[in-house]
Write a protein that binds this ligand. Structure first.
Ligand code: 3PG
Length: 396
């Protein structure tokens, strides 16, 4: 059920779970993307005359109030993006919340304090769920990026109140369905990032679902080393050689092509502008490390992107934060963006570093969908159930 199913809500108290877990430096929100994503839901409910009560977590305060994890600091950024006054209550339950809600007029927006200041949040404690539910008539979840958590404000509340998906949740699920649910084939996945150990489940699931799996970033070294290639001083999890081999074997059985680097950009130190050169992947000097995939590999990856109807992307191909090791990621991202613009590719990307990498390549807006979710996007790509989504789907 979506907001389209929510009519006649003037005067109703709508509890809206949003993700305001945004980066903050010196008290300022440095990336407002997540706030921008939830603004349409908040404004739509407010325009329909609902009393819009925002629930969110911020950081990992371990069940008790922590001053620098107060959502009060985020309220001005929300206010600016909504271009509407945002009231604040210093607790998400109890008298402080109840009094603030009693003062609301129809269409008002109220932000409640960090749900994780109560230990019942992460435990999905029925007592906290009941206390939260007392503040609302309707529940809307617009926080896909927190939907992998079975918490009181993400899963518990949906069992207690009539529950609906917000606009961002809806858009996210539609995009993900196009990406891996029922995609147009061939489907190509690009998985990069530093370590295999954080992405074993992901790789094991993808080889069963996609036609080609491009492995880049530091994690490619573990696969190369497992095949007997000397990766010099490169980041490499040698203890995962057997895991890498089993993923390659599973891919063969499933008919999924594994695309590993043929060449690499090497350097002796990891710093901007470090002396670097391109070498064949079988000729990495013992004292050098691979910091990006090389031009031959980029050509092969772009060839796969050209053949794909659907692309799912998680993780950069190289150490993109430091030039010139951003070249492969930027080149592949630009190629995928160009094909998406012509309507011949559905491109879905997600995960913290991936969003930063696509922003760096200045193509994030050209992708079909860029998810702001980190862990939730990964767990979805791993084929794991997302409790916050599943409970919404169960609504009659
Ligand atoms: C995120 O930032 O990925 C979400 O807000 C979830 O945060 P968590 O990993 O602390 O649960």
């Amino acid at each position: 059920k979506t907001l389209d199913d929510l009519t006649d809500i003037a005067g109703k108290r709508v509890l809206v779970r949003v993700d305001l877990n945004v980066p903050v430096k010196d008290g300022q929100v440095t990336d407002t993307t997540r706030i921008e994503r939830v603004a349409p839901t908040i404004l739509e409910l407010s325009e329909k005359g609902a009393k819009v009560i925002l629930l969110a977590h911020f950081g990992r305060p371990k069940g008790e109030p922590v001053a620098d994890m107060s959502l009060k600091a985020i309220a001005p950024a929300v206010e600016e993006i909504l271009d509407q006054r945002v009231h604040f209550a210093a607790d998400c339950i109890g008298d402080k919340a109840a009094n603030a809600i009693a003062d609301m007029n129809d269409g008002d927006v109220l932000l409640l304090e960090n749900t994780r200041f109560h230990e019942g949040e992460e435990k999905n404690d029925p007592a906290l769920v009941t206390a939260l539910a007392a503040n609302g008539d309707i529940y809307v979840n617009d926080a896909f990026s927190a939907a992998h958590r079975a918490h009181a404000s993400t899963e518990g509340l949906a069992q207690h109140l009539p529950a609906y998906a917000g606009r961002t949740m809806q858009a996210e699920l539609e995009a993900l369905e196009k990406g891996l649910g029922n995609p147009k084939r061939p489907v190509v996945a690009i998985v990069g990032g530093a370590k295999v150990s954080t992405k074993i489940d992901l790789l094991q699931n993808l080889v069963k679902k996609v036609d080609a799996l491009v492995i880049g970033g530091g994690m490619a070294n573990t696969f190369l080393a497992a095949q007997g290639i000397d990766v010099g001083k490169s980041l490499c999890e040698h203890d995962l050689a057997e895991t890498a081999k089993s993923i390659i074997a599973a891919a063969e059985v499933a008919g999924c092509a594994i695309v590993l680097p043929e060449d690499g950009v090497i350097a002796r130190e990891f710093k901007a502008g470090a002396d670097n050169e391109v070498v064949d992947i079988k000729a990495i000097p013992a004292d050098a490390m691979v910091l990006d995939v090389g031009p031959k590999s980029v050509a092969a990856i772009n060839d796969w992107i050209s053949r794909a109807e659907t692309l799912v992307w998680n993780g950069p191909l190289g150490a993109f934060e430091i030039a010139p090791f951003d070249r492969a990621t930027v080149a592949a991202a630009k190629h995928a963006a160009a094909r998406t613009r012509t309507g011949s590719l559905v491109s879905v990307a997600g995960g913290g570093d991936t969003v930063a990498a696509l922003n760096h390549a200045e193509v994030a807006d050209d992708f079909t969908y860029v998810s702001t979710a980190g862990g939730a996007f990964l767990e979805w790509m791993e084929g794991k159930p997302l409790p916050g989504v599943d409970i919404l789907r169960q609504q009659k």
